[in-house]
Design a protein around this ligand. Structure first.
Ligand SMILES: [Zn+2]
Ligand SMILES: [Zn+2]
Length: 133
């Protein structure tokens, strides 16, 4: 699994140290299904990305897709040191949050022990680009 070189190609990127273990996870942008010339992202207005927008837009042809539909087609990829077995691994999961111990989280499963590694939503303003979506 290749770690993205920059956040620009991702709709989500997080790098966390857990009480035991650590995890880096991301979801890559999806190519526009209409023109295949660009990667879709949140709309940009006056140079600022509208993170809260509920659509994704192709910067090349203007094709739009609803956030929910778009995100269902994305994959969350993660490299981690498992908090259960302590091994390093790589896993992918659907880019979809589910409830984990009552908190909305992306959940990655360890390839070695199948232990669950949750990526809980961070509180607003702690530097996670996804914190308010
Ligand atoms: Zn396009
Ligand atoms: Zn494990």
């Amino acid at each position: 699994m290749k770690i993205p070189e920059s956040m620009d190609g991702c709709v989500y990127f997080t790098n966390r140290t857990l009480p035991k273990g650590k995890v880096m996870a991301w979801a890559r942008r999806k190519e526009c299904p209409k023109c295949h010339k660009a990667q879709m992202g949140k709309p940009v207005e006056k140079g600022k990305v509208k993170i809260r927008a509920d659509i994704y837009v192709c910067p090349s042809c203007g094709f739009t897709e609803q956030k929910i539909v778009h995100e269902e087609g994305l994959t969350l990829e993660a490299v981690y040191t498992c908090l259960h077995c302590g091994k390093q691994g790589e896993s992918s999961a659907p880019y979809k949050r589910k409830s984990f111990q009552g908190v909305q989280s992306f959940v990655v499963e360890c390839q070695h022990c199948a232990g669950k590694i949750p990526l809980t939503k961070k509180l607003k303003g702690i530097g996670d680009p996804d914190s308010d979506s």
